[in-house]
Design a protein around this ligand. Structure first.
Ligand SMILES: *Cc1c(COP(=O)(O)O)cnc(C)c1O
Length: 346
């Protein structure tokens, strides 16, 4: 039970005492010189969990995606991705600005491009056309409410891309949520893609950081891009130490977040004026549609805040609730109660 129930995002998780302890004790060195043993341990551990030869610690998921995208491509190429993807919508147009890339967003039903959609989006050899440089997939899918795609779905998309000689990047900011929800090893999702980024700073509760995993050759080139983008950090084992605790101690407990989200979603779906597509509540995100529109959405966000429940308005008529380790079952009940009180007046 916490004083404030903060459901705005799983990025708000605070580091655990064990993380702070590990950070305080971390053996460090200059990571730009390749001499930080704790960063090396995190990179090796992440690579092992994802079944890839090498890893690279980066400052954020956004930096991880940008570094990956520009490492795979050349200026003037096109990136095929989902219309609602984080890379397309929430990364400040980094790929077009820094990578001089054209984005090719495609609308999808669930946030995942089908193999047919990828096939259609790939550019044929023609002097007029940009070349397709990369296909991106996202798992779990943020804007679609934490939905998961299976390793087999990723494999099918990757097969089409690879047949055309196009690499695939997986934005797996919350990949471990998908792994826990579908009870599959994280490596199963990474097997068919050329690179993957995941965050230790979200549900895995570390204060800072993401890791890119891929081939040794890819990671060496990515390391140069990271340096160019200002991501060459020094005794950053202080931060990587918390990421190691994330991977060793915080993965299995994501199931609790999923159970809380499920309970929250099922409760909210029963309230008047609220709609929750329960089929999308697969991990730790619940998207609530507010049938009465923007004014009612605003009223709910403010009313919840007055009851010490923080939620995030997502567009004009939706609210996003994200469960995480600093929201327990009791907190979930309090959040539900706040919504119940507010909607009972409607
Ligand atoms: C959060 C998120 C990112 C970016 O991570 P930051 O660490 O916030 O930069 C990338 N992709 C998805 C799907 C995300 O949810």
């Amino acid at each position: 039970m916490h004083d404030i129930v903060d459901l705005r995002s799983d990025t708000l998780t605070l580091p655990t005492p064990e993380m702070r302890e590990a950070m305080a004790r971390a053996e460090v060195g200059d990571d730009v010189w390749g001499e930080d043993p704790t960063v090396r341990r995190l990179e090796a551990l992440a690579a092992q969990r994802l079944g890839k030869p090498a890893g690279l610690f980066v400052s954020s998921g956004t930096q991880g995606n940008l570094v990956s995208v520009v490492t795979h491509t050349r200026p003037g190429q096109e990136v095929v991705l989902d219309f609602d993807s984080h890379v397309f919508n929430n990364e400040v147009a980094g790929a077009p600005v820094i990578g001089q890339l054209q984005m090719r967003p495609t609308k999808t039903e669930r946030g995942f491009l089908s193999p047919e959609q990828v096939r259609e989006a790939l550019r044929p050899a023609n002097i007029h056309l940009p070349q397709t440089g990369l296909v991106c997939v996202e798992n779990t899918h943020n804007r679609h409410g934490g939905t998961c795609c299976t390793p087999e779905e990723i494999a099918a998309v990757a097969a089409v891309a690879h047949e055309a000689g196009v690499p695939v990047h997986l934005d797996g900011a919350r990949l471990f949520n998908a792994a826990v929800a579908l009870k599959r090893p994280a490596a199963d999702f990474a097997r068919h893609v050329d690179s993957v980024t995941f965050c230790v700073s979200k549900g895995l509760a570390a204060p800072v950081g993401s890791v890119i995993c891929g081939s040794a050759e890819f990671i060496e080139r990515a390391r140069r891009w990271r340096k160019m983008l200002g991501g060459g950090m020094r005794q950053v084992g202080i931060l990587a130490a918390a990421g190691i605790v994330s991977l060793e101690r915080m993965v299995e407990r994501l199931a609790e977040d999923h159970a809380n989200a499920r309970r929250l979603g099922e409760g909210l779906a029963k309230l008047p004026g609220l709609r929750v597509d329960l089929a999308t509540v697969q991990t730790n995100i619940v998207i609530v549609r507010i049938e009465r529109g923007p004014a009612a959405t605003d009223e709910l966000v403010k009313g919840c805040a007055a009851r010490k429940v923080k939620v995030h308005a997502m567009g004009p008529a939706a609210i996003r609730c994200v469960t995480h380790k600093d929201v327990d079952a009791e907190d979930t009940s309090r959040a539900l109660e706040a919504f119940r009180e507010l909607t009972s007046r409607w």
